[in-house]
Structure formats: structure tokens, C-alpha cells
Design a protein around this ligand. Structure first.
Ligand code: PEP
Length: 249
């Protein structure tokens, strides 16, 4: 059975004191929630501190927002899987903002996915078509490229986040029909063991509708995840709704 998940991507937000307060508030609020896995991905500079705060209760996992594919060496400014693995369980790979602003292409994304798996991290692989008029097959192509050389028996060790780029940071989620169509196509690629998340302007208004769909295992939350009250409400709703509906087999 795949686990229902809620993942927070803080992006390049939070100064030290904000990160401390946000992580502590989330940890305390999530402690009584059962039945979902919550993951917080802070900026890499706060990974250690946030991980220490969250580990005190042990319920919320930590993820990095990015990593380089080499294990060590002369790569100024980068962080390696070996640096992350003692602190975090997850790493977001191929986020559309990395692809757009840092020129990450499908080859680099694939290298990162393979490196994450090799070093014991669970990659959260982001795929999504660029424009509202682009076909979902663009996202599927990204996914197939990201999974190149990854044996099928490792698909249980990855998470896929479907994030149509045109819906990210726009305040408006994609239509349910569109999301479900994409989920079904992604499921055909990864099989039954991989959690598939939706991301793109997820907020408290439509979280229950998203959670009711058995095709959607979880959500990747950007802007709404740096507001403690919104993020906590999203987790509570996901847990409450999924505990009745479960995830699709
Ligand atoms: C994201 O950063 O992956 C994301 C989905 O952002 P937002 O929720 O702000 O659209």
C-alpha cells in the first residue's frame, strides 16, 4: 500500500529564525496526526537545524530541495548526496524552477535521480508540461528520461510529483480532470508502488477535493507551506480524507 504524503517545499524562503519557528510549529501540530507521511524541504542551509527540530518528535521527515550528482570534489557551491543522506531522507529533483533558472535538463535530472538512489536517498522527481496548451505527454517524456537506467525494482524507492508548470505559484490549481488524466498516465509508467503527488498552487481551499481522488497519493506544497496554519490544515485534511478513501491500488 502506498503511503499518503504531504511534502512542503519552502523554496528560497525563511531566514534562520523563521525556519526555526516554522519547523517547531509544524512538528508540534503534526505530532497527533496519523496515517500520512509529512516531509519538509527547507533551504539547504537550514537542513541540519530543521532536521534536529523535527527529529525530536520523529514524525516529520526532511528533504533537500536539490543536490549535485557527484559525491564529492571541486564543485563550488554544490551539495552532495553524501552530505544530505545523514540528515534527510528525501531530495527534490528536477523541480521546474531548477529546470527554468538553472538550466537543468533531462540528462542532469537523470544523473541526479541515479545518484540519489545510489546513496540511499528517495528522490521526489518533478515533472510537468510547461504551458496550459502543452500536452501531458511532455511530462511523461520528462519522467521516462528521469528514469533512464533505473531498474524497475527500484521504482518503489522513488516519488513522482506531477507539477504542471503553468499551475505553479499561480494561485489556481489545474482542473481535476487534467490532474487525474496525468496521474493515470504516470501510473502506467511507474507501476503500483510509487507514490504520485500533485503540485501546483495547492492550498486549503481545494485540498479536500484533491484528497478525495484515489489516484492522487499526495501533494507537494510550495507557497502555502511557509504559512504554518495553511500547511497544518492541508496535512490535517489530507490525513482525515485519506483515512477514509485510501490510495488507489
Ligand atoms: C512547488 O514549489 O513545487 C509548488 C507547487 O509551488 P506552489 O504550491 O507555490 O505552486
Amino acid at each position: 500500500m502506498r503511503r499518503p504524503m504531504v511534502v512542503a517545499n519552502w523554496k528560497m524562503n525563511t531566514r534562520a529564525s523563521d525556519a526555526y519557528i516554522l519547523a517547531t510549529t509544524i512538528r508540534n501540530a503534526i505530532a497527533p496526526i496519523e496515517g500520512i507521511e509529512v516531509v519538509v524541504c527547507p533551504p539547504s542551509i537550514w537542513l541540519g537545524e530543521v532536521s534536529d527540530i523535527l527529529k525530536k518528535d520523529g514524525k516529520v521527515n526532511v528533504g533537500a530541495q536539490n543536490m549535485f550528482y557527484e559525491a564529492e570534489g571541486a564543485f563550488t557551491g554544490e551539495i552532495s548526496p553524501l552530505m544530505i543522506v545523514d540528515i534527510a531522507k528525501y531530495v527534490i529533483i528536477g523541480h521546474s524552477e531548477r529546470r527554468a533558472y538553472f538550466y537543468e535538463n533531462d540528462f542532469i535530472v537523470n544523473e541526479k535521480v541515479l545518484a540519489a538512489i545510489k546513496h540511499g536517498l528517495t528522490p521526489i522527481i518533478c515533472v510537468g508540461e510547461k504551458h496550459k496548451s502543452s500536452p501531458i505527454s511532455d511530462a511523461i517524456k520528462q519522467l521516462n528520461e528521469a528514469l533512464t537506467h533505473l531498474p524497475k525494482n527500484r521504482f518503489k524507492d522513488i516519488v513522482v510529483a506531477y507539477e504542471p508548470v503553468w499551475a505553479i505559484n499561480k494561485g489556481k490549481v489545474a482542473s481535476m480532470d487534467h490532474i487525474v488524466k496525468a496521474m493515470i498516465k504516470i501510473r502506467e509508467v511507474v507501476g503500483r508502488d510509487t507514490p504520485i503527488l500533485y503540485g501546483g498552487s495547492v492550498n486549503t481551499d481545494h485540498i479536500t477535493d484533491l484528497a478525495k481522488r484515489p489516484e492522487i497519493d499526495g501533494v507537494l506544497v510550495g507557497s502555502a507551506s511557509i504559512r504554518a496554519a495553511s500547511f497544518i490544515k492541508i496535512c490535517q485534511e489530507w490525513a482525515a480524507t485519506k483515512s477514509f478513501k485510501g490510495c488507489a491500488a
